[in-house]
Ligand binder design. Structure first.
Ligand SMILES: NC(=O)c1ccc[n+]([C@@H]2O[C@H](COP(=O)([O-])OP(=O)(O)OC[C@H]3O[C@@H](n4cnc5c(N)ncnc54)[C@H](O)[C@@H]3O)[C@@H](O)[C@H]2O)c1
Length: 361
């Protein structure tokens, strides 16, 4: 039996939200809902969001974190390789209370990927309204991940933690994330010198091809030690499972930005001699500090000074002196991906971009 939509309060509420869901009937006494979900592919997302937009969204999201507006249920990687250590799929759920939106990013991270394939691709975000639970957007998230990680939260971390006038950047790991990160750093910093280090010569050459002309001096380095020397900011973004950066490499005033946490950073960077900041004390507490994978690093929350949300909301200071050495580690938050996907969705609705999928059920 088809019931008039206006007689169903749940359906009216759902419809009020961008027409995401519509009541259309009943089967065996159960209401049937038609959900209209806007699908955006990678190309469309890239046409709707710039790196500058993403930096602003990331900063706003860390501020929301500091204001208690985000919720992140625990995320547990599901390892799918024989050894159960290298290749995983990960669900990253989050709620943006200030936007009345919740959802999830579903992402692959294959550090032992088949030759020729990227370590992460085919990822997506699903967005739901929190008043009805209705889904309303399915957004390809591979570009979003690249824009919000190395070029996003690492850059916003550096913006608030690096010393004044920082202009020399070392990038250890010049894959997709590292290459993209450089573009993000160029949005916030007048980079004069870039040191690159990667096992792959071709990966470093791709970085040079993409960014030469925008940075005075770009140097390919033979080791992480050589790359770190004399820089202000060190970005580690490899797929290495062996520490590449040790405490003795760090110089006064440096800021280390570790996107692969203590997979490629030595535990000595978090033993209390340097100021250690997390992106999010709650999620990084479980994904980094209490992660059994890093047991040999003997990490402790006692050595954590605070998180980026606390810095952005003035609860704790950012850098406190020119000489302070700061180590920032963050494993990402689903909220960053959702916030980017939401802006892409809103712009797509305005411009009439995307493909509408109808879900019945
Ligand atoms: N923190 C976050 O939010 C977040 C989000 C996405 C990805 N990541 C992590 O970022 C890392 C990089 O991701 P990607 O997509 O750029 O991967 P990628 O495979 O494109 O690039 C990784 C690069 O690391 C290099 N590398 C590996 N071992 C090395 C070593 N010992 N010395 C120097 N270089 C080495 C590889 O040659 C490769 O170029 C991964 O570990 C991924 O899990 C973190």
């Amino acid at each position: 039996m088809i019931t008039n939509i206006e007689t169903c309060p749940q359906a009216a509420a759902a419809r009020a939200k961008t027409g995401a869901a519509r009541f259309y009937g009943q089967t065996e006494g159960r209401m049937k809902m038609e959900s209209k979900v806007l699908f955006l592919n990678d190309q469309q997302v890239r046409s709707l969001l710039t790196q500058r937009d993403v930096l602003d969204i990331v900063e706003e999201t860390f501020t929301a974190l500091g204001n208690g507006m985000l919720r992140h249920p625990r995320k547990d990687p599901m390892f799918v390789d024989e050894e159960g250590r290298y290749n995983c799929l990960l669900a990253m759920p989050a709620q943006l209370k200030h936007k009345q939106v919740a959802g999830m990013k579903w992402i692959s991270m294959f550090s032992h990927q088949k030759p020729g394939l990227p370590s992460s691709f085919g990822n997506f975000v699903i967005l739901n309204h929190t008043d009805t639970g209705a889904p309303f957007a399915l957004v390809e998230a591979t570009s979003i991940t690249l824009m919000r990680t190395g070029g996003g939260h690492a850059v916003i971390g550096a913006k608030h933690l690096a010393k004044k006038g920082a202009c020399k950047l070392a990038v250890i790991g010049c894959g997709d994330e590292g290459r993209r990160a450089i573009g993000g750093f160029l949005e916030e910093f007048a980079l004069k010198e870039l040191h690159l280090c990667d096992l792959s010569e071709a990966a470093m050459d791709r970085c040079i091809a993409e960014h030469s002309g925008r940075i005075e001096k770009i140097v390919k380095c033979a080791s992480p030690r050589e790359a770190v020397k004399g820089t202000d900011m060190v970005l580690t973004v490899t797929t290495s499972r062996k520490p590449l950066i040790t405490a003795d490499m760090l110089e006064p005033g440096m800021t280390v930005l570790g996107l692969n946490a203590f997979n490629d950073l030595d535990g000595s960077l978090a033993d209390g001699r340097f100021r250690w900041i997390l992106g999010n004390k709650h999620s990084d507490g479980s994904q980094i500090v209490d992660n059994p994978r890093f047991a040999s690093a003997h990490l402790s929350m006692d050595n954590v000074s605070g998180d980026l949300g606390e810095i952005l909301t003035g609860k704790i200071p950012g850098r406190t002196s020119e000489d302070e050495v700061i180590v920032f580690t963050h494993m990402g938050m689903g909220s960053l991906d959702l916030a980017c996907a939401l802006v892409a969705y809103e712009r797509a609705m305005e411009k009439g971009i995307g493909q509408t999928l109808i879900f019945n059920g």
